[in-house]
Design a protein around this ligand. Structure first.
Ligand SMILES: [Zn+2]
Ligand SMILES: [Zn+2]
Length: 171
């Protein structure tokens, strides 16, 4: 998807966002430099910035050590690109960071410092997925062993019932 040239309105604080060209990725980002420090990524742009080996120095130049307006992060946001309601999603199973996603145009909005937090959570997407898998296996694994235990119990009870039946019937 092509970068739009129109100035976007920050979905968190309503200020006009500044277009910042990131040469290493060849991408224009919209950053709320005059307001809350939030960053808007067009469809799939975020994939170029979420891993630790990916260069975000150009973004940090704009936002690091700057005092930004604080905003209510729990409030519903409207996508500045297409006007749809954005949906809050956790970035990992730990649910420490919530970002706003637009399911209509694929845009993503991060509040100030969320990009740094997301990158600090895992070194790369392999680690992020591995953690999800581990979580799923742990959960399913516990349920499976509980099922096994109940199964074994049921077998025992059936044996007992059978013995009792034979005894009562004098077999
Ligand atoms: Zn803002
Ligand atoms: Zn959108």
């Amino acid at each position: 998807m092509a970068d739009t040239l129109k100035t976007l309105t920050c979905p968190a604080c309503g200020k006009p966002m500044e277009k910042i060209f990131i040469p290493s990725q060849g991408i224009n980002l919209d950053i709320c430099t005059q307001g809350c420090g939030g960053i808007y990524f067009d469809n799939r742009e975020f994939d170029n910035f979420d891993e630790q080996h990916e260069d975000i120095s150009k973004i940090l130049e704009k936002i690091d050590k700057t005092k930004f307006e604080s905003v209510d992060t729990t409030k519903e946001r409207i996508c500045p690109n297409c006007g749809a309601k954005m949906v809050k999603n956790s970035t990992s199973i730990h649910q420490r960071i919530e970002v706003d996603d637009c399911y209509v145009c694929g845009g993503k909005f991060l509040d100030n410092e969320e990009l740094q937090k997301i990158r600090a959570e895992y070194a790369n997407n392999e680690e992020r997925s591995a953690d999800v898998l581990k979580y799923v296996y742990n959960t399913v694994g516990t349920e499976l062993s509980e099922l096994d235990r109940k199964n074994a119990e049921a077998v025992q009870k059936r044996d007992l019932a059978q013995k009792l039946f034979y005894k009562v019937m004098g077999l």
